[in-house]
Every structure is written in structure tokens, then in C-alpha cells.
Design a protein around this ligand. Structure first.
Ligand code: CMC
Length: 437
């Protein structure tokens, strides 16, 4: 019987035939190495800029079906997790593979609460920034600075040590974010309040003023918790790939998360939520939406918060965020930018340009509108994305470390530069063309 789970390849250069196994819908790139034009040939490689069609790992954490608009963490639909679980429950799930039982959740919550404080020297480090420093720059460097506070974190193959550093990172992210915000206004830092839950405490550190005890609005703290659940992981996206890549060199999780946060900062990734708000401000009113869309189609920029490498359908997170926005508005009042956003979505979803390219709203399209209504400044939006995403980075990092198939991440290249040449003495060098207009 013919084994159908294999690919038969004929190399027309040599006429040689090869059989390559197909496993889980993929072939192994290394199986192509045996295909050689001459005996001393290096062997065939694949070329895949931007990883459009390459699986870099096996992962049991997050499942996405981009055509059907499905997102699941450890098998659970994102809609169910957003409705029935808290962010800390979901964090445990992503890290450990199962939902926590009551004892596990209480122990996990206690562990996170124990690690919310920053070392006073880290607080001083944050004080050194200019008042108008972008919070993402502050966040990226502060996470890296934690590596100096916890040097034992480099023992990445010690399971207990890993657990401790993971808890520290998750617990300290809201504290760093709140400190970045208060630094801008010259407000005194607010220390964590362990009577409060994860998002309430974050809101306390952000906004507490003179009141003896900060009381978060429960609708707003729950909406924030849901937003954190939605952003917690998204399989092999740009920042997670960075985390895995840096982690593959066996550096500590602080430097890995700092690099991942740097990847997140870009406007095509997590920086898009801030860009969406700038775009809505630039459009200004509902009646100017059609003109803006026309401009995008003519090549005058992108519609920020639209399109996705994997989703070719409505991003399921955007649908939940739209629902959460309605809840938030019952407390904060209507953010009139939602009208512009809804009109943008309506026109774009009917327009041939967007339909043909399967461009739908992504998670960043509506999140900024909620964040702004809640009182967050646009330059904090990407930091708000990073707070929960650190959980995904850490879950993926741990999975990578324990995967016996993984090694240091080191892609190949197709060299397109000069062949060997030799240095010309300075006096004989003439115009290079570099720097000419
Ligand atoms: N507005 C207008 N046209 C777009 C957009 C957009 N937002 N996104 C993609 N296109 C066009 C693109 O110009 C290309 O057209 P053509 O085929 O004529 O050259 C086509 O659609 C395919 O786009 P692509 O650039 O090949 O797609 P990609 O998978 O490389 O990029 C993306 C995905 C998310 C970077 C891109 O859609 C984009 O830049 N979107 C805006 C930024 C954004 O919202 N980013 C957040 C992503 S979701 C959350 C996250 O990752 O943090």
C-alpha cells in the first residue's frame, strides 16, 4: 500500500528522487538538506522571509483558526474564558495547562500579591527618566533592569526558580506601568494594596489620590480583567517569537521579556492601539470617514487596527471588546470616537478593497477606545497590552525551554553581497556614491 503521508520530490537538476515524510501537515525543512545538486553541495534550504509559511515550534498553548475566527487557550474558547474566568485563573491555565482548582488559585493569587512591590532602587531607576519619556521605553528598560535585581533568574532550568521569576514578572508589570504613568505627572508613587484583586490594585496604583482607600468601580475593573484575558497570548506573534528567540540562547526571562516588549512596541504589532486613537483623532468626525478610507485605498497609509497575519475573518477578541466597551460606557459615558470607529468598520467591511484582502478589525481597533474612556492616556495603551501578554511570553518561553527539539534559534540566509574583494588604500578610494542625493 502506498504511504500517502509523504512528499515525492524529483530534483530536475539531477533527476534524483526523494521521499519526505509529511507529519501534522508539515515537512521538516531539514529533510530537504539531503537534496543536493552535487555531492559537495550544502543541500536545499527553504526561503521564507517574515515566516509566512514556517512553523517554528510545536505548541500546546494557544490555537487559532484564522479563517474561522477561532481563538482558544489550552482548548478553551476565548469567549468562555472571558465570560467565566479571571485574568489570574487564565494566567495559571496558560502557564500550567489546566484551570486551577480553588486551592491552586488561592496559592497563585497569594504568590502574585507577594511580589507586586518593586525594589526601591528600581523605583529610583524609574525616577531618572525625563517627565515626557514614552512609557514603553521606560517599561522595556525597567524589565531588563530587573535582571540585575534578580541575578539568580539565569538558572533557567531550575523549575522552582522559574516559577518564582514568572510570578515576579506577572506581579510587577502593573506596578511598573502605574509608576510610568505617575512619573509623567510628578505624582507620588502609590504602593500596591494587597486587599485588592489584580486589576483593582492596578487601578489603585494608577489613580489613588487623597482617599484613604481606593475603591475601583467593579464594572471597570472587570472590563479591564476581560481585556487582560483577551491579550494574554496569541501563539507565535512577533513579540512571542522574539521571546522564544532570546530565550533560546538561555538568557534570563527578564531580558527575554524586555526584548519581547520591544517587539510589541512597533506600530504594526502592539503599538497599533495607540495609532488607532491618533487615526480617530485625525479623522475627527463621522462624516470624514469615507474620505479617509478613500485616502487609505489610494496608498495614503494604513487603516490602523485592521488586518492580521493570521485572521482572515473577524478577530474574535475585537467582538468581545466591542461588547465590553458598552459596559464601560455605562459608567464613563459614551466615548464619541466609537461612532467614528463603527462608521469606519461599516464602510471598510462593505468596501471591495478590504473585502478582497480579508481585512477585518483586530484586537487593537476597539481596545484604545475603552482604555481612553477609562482614563488611560494613549501612550499607555501598548503598556496595557504588555501587562497581560507577559503571561503568554512566559508560558511560551517555558514550553520552549522544556522542548527537547529546540536549540538556539539561528536562521540561515541567502547571501546577496559581494564575492571576496580587498581593501583599497585610503588615497586610492574615490566617490562611493554613499551619501549622494
Ligand atoms: N489598511 C490598509 N491595507 C492593509 C492593511 C490595513 N490595515 N493591512 C493590510 N493591508 C493590505 C496590504 O497593503 C496588502 O495589500 P496588497 O496586497 O495590495 O499589497 C494586503 O492588505 C496584505 O497585507 P500584508 O501587509 O501582506 O499583511 P501582513 O500579514 O504582512 O500584515 C498586519 C499584517 C497586521 C501587519 C497588517 O494588516 C497591518 O499593518 N495592519 C495595521 C496595523 C495593525 O492594526 N496591527 C495590529 C495587528 S493585531 C494585534 C497585534 O499583533 O499586536
Amino acid at each position: 500500500m502506498v504511504d500517502q503521508n509523504r512528499l515525492s520530490i524529483t530534483d530536475q537538476r539531477t533527476g534524483a528522487q526523494y521521499e519526505v515524510p509529511i507529519v501534522d501537515g508539515t515537512i521538516r525543512a531539514m529533510d530537504l538538506r539531503k537534496i543536493k545538486a552535487t555531492p559537495d553541495d550544502f543541500g536545499l534550504m527553504t526561503y521564507d522571509p517574515a515566516f509566512l509559511n514556517t512553523s517554528s515550534c510545536r505548541s500546546a498553548i494557544t490555537y487559532i483558526d484564522g479563517d474561522a475566527g477561532i481563538l482558544r487557550y489550552r482548548g478553551y474558547p476565548i469567549e468562555e474564558l472571558a465570560e467565566k474566568c479571571s485574568f489570574l485563573e487564565v494566567s495559571w491555565l496558560l502557564l500550567n495547562g489546566e484551570l486551577p482548582n480553588p486551592n491552586e488559585l488561592s496559592e497563585w493569587t497569594g504568590l502574585i500579591k507577594r511580589h507586586t512591590m518593586l525594589h526601591e532602587t528600581t523605583k529610583k531607576f524609574l525616577e531618572g527618566y525625563r517627565y515626557d519619556a514614552h512609557p514603553m521605553g521606560m517599561l522595556i528598560s525597567t524589565i531588563a533592569a530587573l535582571s540585575t535585581v534578580y541575578p539568580e533568574a539565569k538558572n533557567v532550568f531550575d523549575a522552582d526558580n522559574r516559577k518564582l521569576q514568572i510570578a515576579r514578572l506577572i506581579a510587577k508589570m502593573p506596578t511598573i506601568c502605574a509608576y510610568c504613568y505617575r512619573h509623567h505627572f510628578g505624582l507620588p508613587y502609590v504602593y500596591p494594596d494587597n486587599d485588592l484583586n489584580f486589576t483593582e490594585n492596578f487601578m489603585n496604583m494608577m489613580w489613588k489620590m487623597f482617599e484613604p482607600k481606593y475603591l475601583a468601580n467593579p464594572i471597570l475593573s472587570r472590563a479591564l480583567d476581560i481585556l487582560f484575558i483577551l491579550h494574554a497570548d496569541h501563539e507565535q506573534n512577533c513579540s512571542t517569537n522574539t521571546m522564544r528567540c532570546v530565550g533560546s540562547a538561555q538568557g534570563d526571562p527578564y531580558v527575554g521579556c524586555s526584548a519581547a516588549a520591544a517587539a510589541l512596541y512597533g506600530p504594526l504589532h502592539g503599538g497599533a492601539n495607540e495609532e488607532v486613537l491618533k487615526m480617530l483623532d485625525q479623522i475627527g468626525s463621522k462624516d470624514r470617514v469615507a474620505g479617509f478610507i478613500h485616502q487609505v485605498k489610494e496608498g495614503g497609509g494604513k487603516l490602523m487596527g485592521f488586518g492580521h497575519r493570521v485572521y482572515k475573518n473577524y478577530d474574535p477578541r475585537a467582538r468581545i471588546i466591542k461588547w465590553a466597551a458598552e459596559q464601560v460606557f455605562t459608567v464613563t459615558g459614551y466615548n464619541k470616537k466609537i461612532e467614528i470607529a463603527l462608521e469606519l468598520e461599516r464602510i471598510a467591511l462593505e468596501d471591495d478593497y478590504f473585502v478582497k484582502r480579508k481585512l477585518y478589525p483586530n484586537v487593537d481597533f476597539y481596545s484604545g477606545i475603552i482604555y481612553e474612556a477609562m482614563g488611560f492616556r494613549p501612550d499607555l495603551f501598548t503598556v496595557l497590552f504588555a501587562i497581560p501578554r507577559v503571561v503568554g511570553w512566559l508560558a511560551q518561553w517555558q514550553e520552549m525551554l522544556l522542548d527537547p527539539e529546540q536549540k538556539i534559534a539561528r536562521p540561515r540566509q541567502i547571501y546577496t553581497g559581494h564575492g571576496e574583494r580587498h581593501v583599497v588604500p585610503m588615497a586610492d578610494r574615490h566617490v562611493s556614491g554613499i551619501g549622494d542625493d
